[in-house]
Design a protein around this ligand. Sequence first.
Ligand code: TIU
Length: 224
Amino acid sequence: MQLIKISAEPHPVTIDLGATALLVIDMQKDFLYPAGFGAFLGNDVTLLQRTIGPIQAMLAAARTRGLLIIHTREGHLPDLSDCPPTKLDRWAPGTRIGDVGPMGRILIRGEAGHGIIDEVAPLPGEIVLDKPGKSAFYATDLEAILRQQGIRNLLITGVTTDVCCNATVIAANDRGFNAIVLADCVSSYSPERHAATLATIKAQGGIFGWVTDSTAVLGALSAA
Ligand code: TIU
């Protein structure tokens, strides 16, 4: 067992590195690049780009320490058989999942826009988990993988804070995993929703988990 103590809110958190995984959520071109899904929803995708440097630093540290690394990608099968109609029909035709954009069909597995951005690309041997929902636990093997690997703590990074990161944190908490969110490694298309989501996660003594940042985690790792 190798314990590290991370400064966090609402209080410090001590974790065993052997039971800890780094989760990199949906760092896909469709969310971070212009003319992808995020942009079609009316968002300024540049707001997400500040996460890239801190996530690169966390990936480097996790690789050095041999932490389990799991990258996720939101997306659907080409025939949309795994995409509920409710996830399509709220938006105008031409901007929906499966429609054709400059990076291929929006949020469809195998298309260019569905891919993870080069800056945080997975290395061979790292898990890449395709998910059809916002939560990384919905209709995926994530829970089984974590239990088989003896993981209890999740370092949460990726996009967006309020949507896929938040959905995953809530699902992780209900399944008995400690969710530790790195504030500089997550971002939203709305700074207000980013702040509100982090405030909710750490409220009430840490009702969903903890909020920290990459500086605190990297500091704790180098002190270990
Ligand atoms: N719209 C938005 O903020 N996010 C998503 O649709 N998916 C993820 O957060 N990955």
